[in-house]
Design a protein around this ligand. Structure first.
Ligand code: NAI
Length: 330
């Protein structure tokens, strides 16, 4: 079966191609890599293919789904966990939709930690200084993590790994989750306590109507002065303008952002040399106590290997049996 299956792979980056070519050695699918994203204009490229493989910023709405269906495409294979960019309800009965629900919680939790340490020990500043043979320490004073209180919002796969890391640093962990786990070795509190007591707050919950802008002007006011915020979850958990104001007023001590609410048109691409249109993001990036990475937390060798392997397994299972353990059902 495998050697006849054709996959149109959209928004392909070099690191995707390397990991999928490696995983495909056992499968022998025919993969055509397109660097363009899938949308209503590019859907014609899927003609003659059995599967489209897509990522977080491809647009798979009703129009695209109907067009894929007419072209004989059978399956939309997401190579990520989130599927908010695919109208799965409209695909039902026409095309299958599969995804990769988990690939490496360590990748994301470790990146959150890397951002935290970089920020509070001023590594981003020190790196630039020593590159220029500037060995002055003025302005680089940080603080110990040991003994500090960290508030973790969302105690699923990634949040739990992050909690273990924080415990290793000797931090006191408090956590909030809408669906708290049983038998835990940390303290659950309500969200108001998280705001009130935390020196550092890290977000590991999904973006939902409830969590949209959970960090806004009001919640920031209730946080400790000097709080460090870490967001490796989804950008829209934080109202970016309120965050900027919190930084400006010096109420927020630092922000570590791997995600941003308007990231879709900006992240993953080289925008250097372009006039940058997003004033809020530009201002945040200009702040000495804000670190931005461009949705990079997942990007480890182990995670990419798991993503490629699971995606190709999903395709094989769905096309072979008509169903898949990682199918998106609505
Ligand atoms: P998970 O599903 O294992 O855990 C999510 C946790 O959030 C669950 O314990 C759930 O009960 C809790 N939760 C749900 N609604 C909540 C609410 N209203 N308030 C507080 N907690 C709530 O998910 P996992 O794998 O730990 O991923 C967490 C998030 O990390 C994902 O939703 C995703 O947005 C983000 N992510 C970011 C990546 C990156 O590269 N930056 C990569 C992968 C995931």
């Amino acid at each position: 079966m495998s050697d006849k299956v054709k996959i149109a792979f959209f928004d392909a980056k070099d690191y995707d191609i390397a990991s999928f070519d490696e995983a495909n050695k056992d499968k022998n699918f025919k993969i055509k890599y397109y660097d363009t994203k899938l949308d209503a204009d590019t859907v014609k490229l899927a003609k003659g293919y059995d599967v489209v493989c897509v990522f977080v910023n491809d647009t798979v709405d009703e129009k695209v789904i109907n067009s894929l269906y007419k072209k004989g495409v059978k399956l939309i294979a997401l190579r990520c966990a989130g599927f908010n960019n695919v109208d799965a309800a409209k695909a039902a009965g026409k095309l299958g939709v599969v995804r990769v629900p988990a690939y490496s919680p360590y990748a994301v939790a470790e990146h959150a930690t890397a951002l935290l340490l970089t920020s509070i020990r001023r590594i981003h500043k020190a790196y630039i200084r020593t590159k220029d043979f500037n060995f002055s320490l003025n302005g680089l004073m940080g603080f110990d993590l040991h003994g500090k209180t960290v508030g973790v919002v969302g105690t699923g796969k990634i949040g739990r790994v992050f909690i273990d890391i924080c415990k290793g640093f000797g931090m006191h962990v408090i956590a909030y989750d809408k669906f708290p786990a049983k038998d835990v070795d940390f303290e659950y509190v309500d969200i108001k306590e998280i705001w009130k007591r935390s020196d550092i707050i890290s977000f590991h919950c999904p973006l939902t109507e409830e969590t949209y802008h959970m960090v806004d002007a009001k919640s920031i006011k209730n946080m400790k002065k000097g709080v460090v915020l870490i967001n490796t979850s989804r950008g829209a958990l934080i109202d970016s303008d309120a965050l900027l104001e919190g930084i400006r007023s010096r109420h927020i001590g630092a922000a570590c952002l791997d995600v941003y609410e308007e990231e879709a048109d900006v992240f993953f691409e080289d925008r250097s040399g372009h006039i940058f249109e997003d004033d809020t993001l530009a201002r945040l990036i200009s702040m000495p106590n804000v670190i931005v990475t461009s949705h990079q937390a997942f990007l480890t060798r182990e995670a990419l290997t798991n993503i490629a392997q699971t995606t190709l397994d999903n395709i094989e299972e769905y096309l072979g049996t008509g169903k898949c353990v990682n199918e998106v059902t609505v």
